[in-house]
Design a protein around this ligand. Structure first.
Ligand code: ZN
Length: 146
């Protein structure tokens, strides 16, 4: 099987069977984001306890790339510290810029590598990560206010 075909299957699997789809109870950090250029919408929710992402959920609608990326991200950041999650976001962005990154840590996210060749779709792939970065900033804000 061609690598491209394998990647396509991984993306379609996440799109058709999204992981961690749904909503969390009150108290979760919540971020809504849209990607107007494609019409993708996402609501990302996460619970952070002692700086660790203990739960992640997302819901939304959009193209296969945006939804698959959100699904993959939700799996990848579960159980990580906020700092590790942000580092992963940076690594993902580097991959989207076409830089060669150590893909081991990325897991299924590696399947989105090919998106870097399609500039119009990069925003689709990074939408969930943008939401993650915003939610993380809110973690800091809530820590400071308490
Ligand atoms: Zn899209």
């Amino acid at each position: 099987m061609q690598l491209d075909e394998l990647y396509r299957q991984v993306i379609m699997d996440h799109y058709q069977h999204p992981r961690n789809q749904g909503e969390l109870e009150d108290g979760a950090l919540s971020v809504d984001l849209r990607n107007p250029s494609c019409g993708d919408e996402i609501t990302l929710q996460m619970v952070v306890q002692d700086d660790v992402v203990t739960d992640v959920r997302f819901k939304g609608s959009g193209c296969s790339i945006s939804m698959a990326s959100a699904s993959m991200m939700s799996e990848a950041i579960q159980g990580k510290t906020v700092e590790e999650a942000i580092m992963l976001a940076e690594k993902f962005r580097a991959m989207m810029r076409g830089e060669s990154v150590d893909t081991e840590e990325l897991g299924d996210l590696e399947a989105l590598q090919g998106v870097s060749k399609f500039p119009a779709r990069i925003k689709c792939a990074t939408l969930a990560w943008q939401a993650l970065e915003r939610a993380s900033r809110n973690v800091d804000a809530s820590n400071h206010s308490s």
